[in-house]
Write a protein that binds this ligand. Sequence first.
Ligand code: SF4
Length: 381
Amino acid sequence: MYLKKLGAKMKKVGLYIHIPFCEKKCYYCDFTAFAHLDRWIEPYIKNLKREFSLYRQSLTLTIDTIYIGGGTPSYIDEKYISEIVNEVRKFPCEIKEFSLECNPNSINKDKLKLYEDLGVTRISLGVQSFDDLVLNNIGRNHKKDIAIRDIEMIKNFDFDLSFDLMLNLPGQDFSSIKKDLAYVKALDPDHISWYSLILDKGSRFYALNEKGKLELMDDDREVDIFNYIVDELARLNLNRYEISNFAKPGKESIHNKKYWDIEGYLACGLGASGFLSNVRYSNASNFVSYEKMLKEGKKPIVSREFISQKEREKEYIIFKLRQTRGINLEEFRKEFKADFLKKYKKAIDKFIDDDFFVIDDCFSFTKKGMELSNEFYLEII
Ligand code: SF4
């Protein structure tokens, strides 16, 4: 009801759709993603359509970006992706970008052709590493050669191509990262997301680490290697625009920028979280509750949180500073009726001599500032 009222004001929003199925669960993964639950695929797609329909009846909005993520959207039969897109097209749409997550070993030419026909503009491929030892250590179900084969296949179509790569994986060292960078150079993607391993509770790696059985890099080594990655990617014209994201000019992800700019996005599917008109909400993350609520004609939302202007300001600072262009000082003044540099002078002064910031019409972190950003956030928040 609350979303309905607020939604009436909504103009253009992104749409995230979650597909929670994978062929195999990776050892580091704590996402809402399940292997060996294929019997749920068909009913799940029906339920997703019910969810879209509830939003169509209650909200006035135009979808301008679509992101189908997971899980592994390319794992499910392509006819389901087609059904999803046909439903989404019943919303008012002015699509600027349509991303679909794929994993190596789950695509073929027919699938890619259909994705292209459905209007997908961008493929985000879960490569993670180009080192077979590392891929095996993290439980991926593909090898380097399969990833390369699939990348070459994708490049025969008219998609923007993004790779997901990871740092601080078991078995990964500097020479393995150099190999990754050599493949990036040879395969020439438009965009890269390069994230450090996070030990999420619920993942196999988290349990192993608790038992002291996971060997990872120490923090200083990880920072040094990440800085090397940032410099090498810049040489390939893949410029850092967010703390872990790199793009050729004009190839930044429009949809993901909505998250970092705290703009509205609708999220549908199991465990999905959305943000509409200052309300952050999360969906049920088990199939039975998700289906039950939808069959009863209710949105499958299990938590809602109104983000006050004070909380919004904190989020705004953190998310804007994740991006290399930082906080536009005039925009901040308009948005929060305050002078950022005066309001946070105490915290800024603490780091001002440390080569942490660049201050002109924007306030942004230097590379060193990005590394140590948590210390600054603690001061501010
Ligand atoms: S493919 Fe992605 S979503 Fe699926 S288990 Fe692996 S990391 Fe998780």
